[in-house]
Design a protein around this ligand. Structure first.
Ligand SMILES: [Fe+2]
Ligand SMILES: [Fe+2]
Length: 169
Protein backbone atom coordinates (compact mmCIF):
# COMPACT_ATOMS: atom_id res chain seq x y z
CA UNK A 1 0.00 0.00 0.00
CA UNK A 2 1.29 3.43 -1.01
CA UNK A 3 0.59 5.05 2.35
CA UNK A 4 2.43 2.33 4.27
CA UNK A 5 5.42 2.69 1.92
CA UNK A 6 5.38 6.40 2.54
CA UNK A 7 5.37 5.90 6.31
CA UNK A 8 8.27 3.47 6.11
CA UNK A 9 10.26 5.85 3.95
CA UNK A 10 9.70 8.86 6.18
CA UNK A 11 10.58 6.97 9.36
CA UNK A 12 13.65 5.41 7.75
CA UNK A 13 14.85 8.86 6.60
CA UNK A 14 14.07 10.38 9.99
CA UNK A 15 16.14 7.80 11.84
CA UNK A 16 18.98 8.41 9.41
CA UNK A 17 18.82 12.12 10.19
CA UNK A 18 18.69 11.35 13.92
CA UNK A 19 21.86 9.25 13.67
CA UNK A 20 23.63 12.17 12.04
CA UNK A 21 22.38 14.67 14.59
CA UNK A 22 23.72 12.60 17.49
CA UNK A 23 26.99 11.87 15.70
CA UNK A 24 27.80 15.52 15.24
CA UNK A 25 26.60 16.45 18.72
CA UNK A 26 28.85 13.71 20.05
CA UNK A 27 31.78 15.06 18.10
CA UNK A 28 31.41 18.43 19.80
CA UNK A 29 30.50 16.95 23.19
CA UNK A 30 33.70 14.88 23.27
CA UNK A 31 35.58 18.18 23.28
CA UNK A 32 33.28 20.46 25.25
CA UNK A 33 30.82 18.52 27.39
CA UNK A 34 32.40 15.17 28.20
CA UNK A 35 29.88 14.37 30.95
CA UNK A 36 26.98 13.97 28.51
CA UNK A 37 28.89 11.73 26.07
CA UNK A 38 27.57 8.43 27.53
CA UNK A 39 23.96 9.62 27.32
CA UNK A 40 24.39 10.78 23.72
CA UNK A 41 26.05 7.48 22.84
CA UNK A 42 23.13 5.61 24.34
CA UNK A 43 20.64 7.66 22.31
CA UNK A 44 22.70 7.20 19.16
CA UNK A 45 22.61 3.43 19.65
CA UNK A 46 18.79 3.59 19.90
CA UNK A 47 18.56 5.56 16.65
CA UNK A 48 20.87 3.05 14.98
CA UNK A 49 18.54 0.23 16.05
CA UNK A 50 15.50 2.17 14.85
CA UNK A 51 17.15 2.79 11.50
CA UNK A 52 18.04 -0.90 11.15
CA UNK A 53 14.45 -1.90 11.90
CA UNK A 54 13.05 0.25 9.09
CA UNK A 55 15.92 -0.59 6.77
CA UNK A 56 15.22 -4.31 7.20
CA UNK A 57 11.52 -3.88 6.42
CA UNK A 58 12.20 -1.68 3.38
CA UNK A 59 14.61 -4.26 1.99
CA UNK A 60 12.42 -7.26 2.71
CA UNK A 61 9.55 -5.56 0.88
CA UNK A 62 11.66 -4.23 -1.93
CA UNK A 63 10.68 -0.64 -1.23
CA UNK A 64 13.07 2.13 -2.22
CA UNK A 65 14.34 4.54 0.38
CA UNK A 66 13.73 8.28 0.29
CA UNK A 67 15.56 10.00 -2.59
CA UNK A 68 16.80 12.71 -0.28
CA UNK A 69 18.54 10.42 2.20
CA UNK A 70 21.96 12.05 1.86
CA UNK A 71 20.34 15.46 2.16
CA UNK A 72 18.79 14.42 5.49
CA UNK A 73 22.17 13.18 6.65
CA UNK A 74 23.63 16.58 5.83
CA UNK A 75 20.71 18.44 7.41
CA UNK A 76 20.89 16.32 10.54
CA UNK A 77 24.63 16.79 10.89
CA UNK A 78 24.28 20.56 10.46
CA UNK A 79 21.51 20.77 13.03
CA UNK A 80 23.55 18.67 15.43
CA UNK A 81 26.64 20.87 15.07
CA UNK A 82 24.76 24.13 15.43
CA UNK A 83 22.81 23.08 18.49
CA UNK A 84 25.88 21.58 20.14
CA UNK A 85 27.84 24.78 19.53
CA UNK A 86 24.97 26.76 21.03
CA UNK A 87 25.61 24.98 24.32
CA UNK A 88 24.76 21.88 26.29
CA UNK A 89 21.22 23.07 27.04
CA UNK A 90 20.59 23.61 23.35
CA UNK A 91 21.38 19.94 22.70
CA UNK A 92 18.58 18.89 25.03
CA UNK A 93 16.18 21.54 23.77
CA UNK A 94 16.83 20.17 20.28
CA UNK A 95 16.09 16.61 21.44
CA UNK A 96 12.92 17.70 23.17
CA UNK A 97 11.74 19.63 20.14
CA UNK A 98 12.43 16.90 17.58
CA UNK A 99 10.94 14.13 19.63
CA UNK A 100 7.80 16.15 20.44
CA UNK A 101 7.22 16.62 16.73
CA UNK A 102 8.11 13.02 15.91
CA UNK A 103 5.88 11.56 18.63
CA UNK A 104 2.95 13.55 17.36
CA UNK A 105 3.60 12.05 13.96
CA UNK A 106 4.05 8.49 15.25
CA UNK A 107 0.70 8.74 16.99
CA UNK A 108 -0.99 9.40 13.69
CA UNK A 109 0.94 6.62 11.98
CA UNK A 110 0.01 4.08 14.66
CA UNK A 111 -3.67 4.90 14.27
CA UNK A 112 -3.43 4.30 10.57
CA UNK A 113 -1.18 1.23 10.72
CA UNK A 114 -3.31 -0.52 13.29
CA UNK A 115 -5.94 -0.92 10.62
CA UNK A 116 -3.64 -1.53 7.67
CA UNK A 117 -0.31 -3.17 8.49
CA UNK A 118 0.44 -5.09 11.67
CA UNK A 119 4.17 -5.63 11.03
CA UNK A 120 4.90 -1.95 10.45
CA UNK A 121 2.59 -1.01 13.31
CA UNK A 122 4.61 -3.17 15.70
CA UNK A 123 7.88 -1.73 14.41
CA UNK A 124 6.71 1.86 14.95
CA UNK A 125 5.25 0.96 18.33
CA UNK A 126 8.51 -0.60 19.53
CA UNK A 127 10.36 2.59 18.65
CA UNK A 128 7.92 4.96 20.28
CA UNK A 129 8.98 4.07 23.83
CA UNK A 130 12.60 5.07 23.09
CA UNK A 131 11.56 8.35 21.49
CA UNK A 132 9.37 9.11 24.49
CA UNK A 133 12.28 8.48 26.80
CA UNK A 134 14.48 10.76 24.67
CA UNK A 135 11.87 13.49 24.80
CA UNK A 136 11.45 13.25 28.57
CA UNK A 137 15.18 13.28 29.14
CA UNK A 138 15.59 16.24 26.80
CA UNK A 139 12.85 18.13 28.59
CA UNK A 140 14.31 17.44 32.02
CA UNK A 141 17.82 18.55 31.00
CA UNK A 142 16.95 21.36 28.65
CA UNK A 143 15.96 24.81 29.68
CA UNK A 144 12.70 26.69 29.87
CA UNK A 145 14.57 29.93 29.60
CA UNK A 146 13.17 32.24 26.93
CA UNK A 147 16.43 32.37 25.02
CA UNK A 148 15.96 28.75 24.02
CA UNK A 149 12.45 29.22 22.64
CA UNK A 150 13.68 30.23 19.18
CA UNK A 151 15.85 27.10 19.03
CA UNK A 152 12.91 24.94 19.99
CA UNK A 153 10.78 26.64 17.37
CA UNK A 154 13.32 26.45 14.53
CA UNK A 155 14.03 22.78 15.21
CA UNK A 156 10.32 22.01 15.39
CA UNK A 157 9.62 23.74 12.06
CA UNK A 158 12.62 22.11 10.38
CA UNK A 159 11.47 18.70 11.58
CA UNK A 160 7.93 19.28 10.34
CA UNK A 161 9.26 20.47 7.02
CA UNK A 162 11.60 17.47 6.70
CA UNK A 163 8.75 15.06 7.48
CA UNK A 164 6.51 16.74 4.97
CA UNK A 165 9.18 16.78 2.25
CA UNK A 166 10.12 13.14 2.88
CA UNK A 167 6.58 12.08 2.08
CA UNK A 168 7.05 13.68 -1.37
CA UNK A 169 10.50 12.32 -2.23
FE1 LIG B 1 14.58 7.08 16.52
FE1 LIG C 1 15.07 9.49 19.30
Amino acid sequence: MIEVERILRVDHAGEFAAINIYRSQLYIARHLYKDIVPKLEEMLSHEQQHFDTFDRILQSRDIRHCYALSFWAFGGATLGFLTALAGRNAIWVCTDSIESTVLHHLEWQLDFLEKHDQEVHDAVFSIKADEQEHQEFGRSQGSNSLIYKPIFWVVEKSTEFAIWLSTKL
